[in-house]
Design a protein around this ligand. Structure first.
Ligand code: ATP
Ligand code: MG
Length: 347
């Protein structure tokens, strides 16, 4: 097949890990006889420096024409002056809006070797294989905000449509997995959560083969640490998802390993590692490229419809995790290049 892939290297270690992802996609294309074209564009701090805009018009046009988007990371201390009028992260928000993506998907699977780095005991992390789906377009982030000398408000709003589309996504995904959806809310306190719960219950009727469980966000935060292996697909609203996915990333042992996808809109999906731009290790070939390489595998599966190719990449990463010299964050001393090379050799 033919596919045009936009690559947004971004800031810090972003360019180093993005080029690892591209190298793997190129090799997959060659091995399976696909024609992938790659076009690099600016986003974030790099785009502010070069074009004065965290999402320049050339990037916007390329994003709208892309089949899929691979992103490195965005941001860094150079652009974090609180008084600055343009910030790198605005590029990410503008991109999500432009593409209409509404579901942020984060799988969490623990390999035995990396499970040793998890703060949880091995008997707790055994068999963990779950996916978070965080709603991206609604909730308290986007509600009306007020501020006076003496008080402040943040409005939290959700429409039935916003809830339904992301919950459906969760059920569709659960169908291909362990057939269980956990919908997380705070229905004992919040009206938006009561709406969320009623929509989830109604949607569940269309998926009799999938079990639905409701969970309050506070108990979810606890269960994530006490019995993470019990979960399959966890779907939740924007802010709960923000907090819970950070909690979940700690379970994985390293930020460098976890992939993510932002999908569901009419446009292309965006695939990126969950870690940030890691300015402390940028430019030194210390960055773990596996989160980006696994994001590239998600890109193959979800945006290009190539599950066999995705599985080859995932198996290669598993092989390297099992037998290879890893980067420093995983206790090894291999460079970004060496780990990427090892994945390419195993593909
Ligand atoms: P952001 O605000 O952009 O999300 P952050 O403050 O959450 O950034 P990261 O940039 O993700 O932080 O980095 C947190 C720590 O994890 C840093 O010490 C960084 O070096 C380390 N780290 C992040 N990503 C990787 C990676 N791919 N490989 C190795 N170490 C990493
Ligand atoms: Mg962060």
């Amino acid at each position: 097949m033919r596919a045009s892939i936009v690559v947004l290297p971004g800031d810090g270690i972003g360019p180093e890990v993005a080029s690892a992802g591209v190298a793997v996609l190129r090799q997959v294309a060659e091995r399976f006889g696909h024609e992938f074209t790659f076009a690099e564009h600016a986003i974030g701090g790099d785009a502010i420096d070069r074009f004065g805009d965290p999402l320049p018009v050339q990037t916007r046009e390329a994003l709208l024409a892309a089949d899929a988007i691979l992103l490195g990371a965005v941001g860094g201390p150079k652009w974090s002056d609180p008084n600055a009028t343009v910030r790198p992260e605005q590029g990410l928000l503008a991109m999500r809006k432009l593409l209409g993506v509404f579901a942020n998907v984060r799988p969490l699977k623990l390999h035995p070797r990396t499970a040793a780095l998890s703060p949880l005991k091995p008997e707790r992390t055994k068999g963990v294989d779950l996916v978070f789906i965080r709603e991206l377009t609604g909730g308290i982030y986007f509600g009306a905000k007020t501020r006076s000398e003496t008080d402040a408000t943040d409005e939290c709003r959700y429409t039935v449509e916003e809830i339904e589309r992301v919950v459906r996504h969760a059920f569709e995904l659960a169908r291909t997995r362990k057939k269980k959806v956990t919908s997380v809310d705070k229905a004992n306190v919040l009206e938006t959560s009561r709406l969320w719960r009623s929509v989830a219950t109604r949607v569940a009727a269309d998926y009799p083969d999938v079990e639905l469980e409701h969970q309050l966000v506070d108990s979810m935060a606890m269960h994530l640490l006490t019995r993470p292996a019990d979960y399959d697909v966890i779907v939740t609203e924007n802010m709960f998802g923000d907090i819970l996915t950070d909690e979940a990333s700690v379970l994985a042992g390293s930020l460098g390993l976890s992939p993510s996808a932002s999908i569901g809109g009419p446009g292309a999906g965006v695939y990126e590692p969950i870690h940030g731009s890691a300015p402390d290790i940028a430019g030194q070939s210390l960055a773990n490229p596996l989160g980006t390489i696994l994001s590239a595998a998600m890109l193959l599966r979800h945006s290009l419809g190539l599950p066999d190719e995705a599985a080859v990449v995932e198996a290669a990463v598993d092989h390297v995790l099992e037998h290879g010299n890893l980067t420093r964050d995983l206790g090894g001393n291999a460079t970004t290049h060496a780990v990427t090379r090892a994945v390419l050799d195993a593909c």
